[in-house]
Design a protein. Structure first.
Length: 209
């Protein structure tokens, strides 16, 4: 890997640290060539600390090391992206990231939708006579009807998806697939689980192969 350590006068290149599993950015640091070589040697992210004026292996005092998974260089050979498995909080303030965010798995819009379903579930736990008018929704009504109704809807949507899969109308197939996934996410939440729990099962299965 060719890294242009001479592009900046201080011999440093910025290093973006990303969680290998969640893909969240955890922190930004800097490396000189010696720090880069040290990182490869010990397989733990080692920066050049501008405040300490020396090499600094992240976690050398706290034990919260950043175990290296892989290192990528950018198109200009002057910025590194390092995927890691963090051994504890990354920030010195004790947070998961240096931006104070939780290092949670994010599935884009599906995570946003999961949050909406969770909100609807909480609203269904309020007695009907105490709910605001705007709290009425299809999802709230499903939670009101209980587990059997939710499971039944998943079964119905699964059958409809299979039927459309045998035809040639891609638009109908995709719409039924969306309905199935949506109702399955409601079922997961009704059982007290989420997408992350399913991903963990799949990851464990994959690791056994």
């Amino acid at each position: 890997m060719e890294i242009d350590f001479n592009k900046n006068n201080d011999g440093l290149v910025p290093v973006i640290i990303q969680d290998n599993n969640t893909k969240n950015v955890l922190m930004l640091g800097y490396m000189n060539e010696e720090a880069y070589l040290k990182t490869n040697e010990v397989n733990k992210v080692t920066f050049y600390s501008r405040s300490k004026n020396r090499l600094w292996t992240k976690g050398e005092e706290s034990g919260n090391f950043l175990e290296v998974v892989n290192i990528k260089n950018d198109c200009d050979n002057d910025t590194l992206l390092i995927s890691v498995n963090p051994q504890g909080p990354t920030c010195h303030k004790g947070t998961d990231t240096c931006w104070g965010e939780n290092n949670d798995q994010n599935f884009g819009f599906l995570s946003e939708l999961e949050g909406i379903i969770e909100d609807r579930k909480k609203k269904s736990e309020i007695a009907p006579e105490l709910r605001a008018k705007e709290d009425a929704s299809y999802v709230v009504s499903l939670f009101d009807d209980g587990m059997n109704k939710i499971a039944q809807k998943v079964g119905e949507e699964a059958i409809e998806t299979v039927i459309e899969a045998k035809d040639d109308n891609d638009d109908l197939f995709l719409n039924e697939s969306a309905d199935l996934l949506f109702h399955y996410m409601i079922l997961l939440k009704a059982k007290g689980f989420g997408l992350r729990d399913i991903v963990e099962v799949l990851e464990k299965r994959h690791a056994k192969k």
